[in-house]
Design a protein around this ligand. Structure first.
Ligand code: G
Ligand code: G
Ligand code: MN
Ligand code: NA
Length: 250
């Protein structure tokens, strides 16, 4: 791939950045923390989305070094925030294939001094599809460290409810595609309500992703969704631009 070589050099050249998108409690509006989202500032091509380069990093194996950098950086950064704020970090399924992922998380926590409960790891259902037992074991070890686990992009892809029976996730992140169709689609609203009810009865909280309008927010509050993330409340920003401001307004 044309970007593959550039990607290998990008870490050493410090071209990666983490941007942080705020996550708020739905009612009352209150800042809970941020999701760390990786950005590549390419010298010629400008900002490149992780949707474009993560698959290449997975193919070339760079995902391991890159993933280490993301975890270390996010933990170091979050340790400087007010004590009640969390940070969520996305993990690629490829990272589960290499030994030492649990140790890496533990090292990041120790070196940063971040309280484990302030770190949330976001995984997708694909992590649960293959190497199921080995990966469940890794997730359990994360939870033994005191770290939170969220299931990302929930409701699309392979969604099988059996995972929810086998593993105590802390959070379900409802895929943006459902939120986008609200409030006009009764079907989307019914699915959001069902996911939230299911999550709550299993002791999990739910986040709605991609919330862009007040109408979506109102509908999500009505469906008892716990947390809100999206452009309505804030875009991903570089660490130095974060304000850590709670909730005024609606
Ligand atoms: O921020 P954006 O919408 O461009 O992210 C696109 C995709 O890249 C999303 O699926 C998101 O989960 C993923 N992503 C963002 N940051 C990271 C990261 O640090 N590691 C991994 N593995 N995926 C990430
Ligand atoms: O797969 P994951 O949920 O980790 O990816 C989050 C992605 O969604 C990031 O690329 C982020 O930039 C993007 N995103 C966050 N909020 C919004 C939003 O309100 N609208 C849209 N269209 N994208 C969003
Ligand atoms: Mn995510
Ligand atoms: Na998501």
């Amino acid at each position: 791939h044309a970007l593959g070589k550039d990607l290998r050099e990008a870490l050493a050249r410090q071209q990666f950045e983490l941007h942080y998108q705020p996550v708020y409690a739905a009612v009352p509006r209150q800042l809970i923390g941020y999701e760390a989202l990786l950005r590549w500032r390419h010298p010629d091509r400008g900002m490149i989305s992780p949707a474009e380069f993560i698959p290449i990093a997975e193919e070339t194996g760079l995902i391991h070094l890159l993933g280490e950098w993301v975890l270390h950086t996010a933990c170091q950064e979050a340790a400087t925030w007010p004590q009640d704020l969390q940070v969520a970090v996305n993990l690629s399924p490829a990272q589960f294939k290499r030994e030492g992922l649990v140790k890496l998380v533990q090292t990041c926590l120790e070196q940063s001094g971040l309280t484990p409960a302030r770190l949330e790891l976001e995984i997708t259902e694909s992590v649960l599809l293959d190497e199921t037992l080995a990966n469940f074991s890794i997730l359990k070890q994360f939870q033994s460290l005191g770290v939170k686990i969220a299931l990302d992009d929930f409701g699309v892809g392979y969604s099988s409810l059996s995972y929810l029976r086998s593993f105590p996730f802390d959070k379900l992140k409802i895929d943006r595609s459902f939120v986008t169709e609200m409030p006009s689609s009764k079907q989307a609203a019914a699915i959001v309500r069902a996911i939230t009810t299911l999550g709550h009865s299993l002791g999990m909280i739910t986040t709605a992703e991609g919330v862009e309008t007040q109408e979506q927010l109102d509908a999500l509050r009505q469906e008892r969704c716990d947390l809100i993330q999206g452009y309505l409340y804030g875009r991903p920003l570089p660490a130095e631009q974060l304000v850590h401001k709670g909730g005024q307004g609606a």
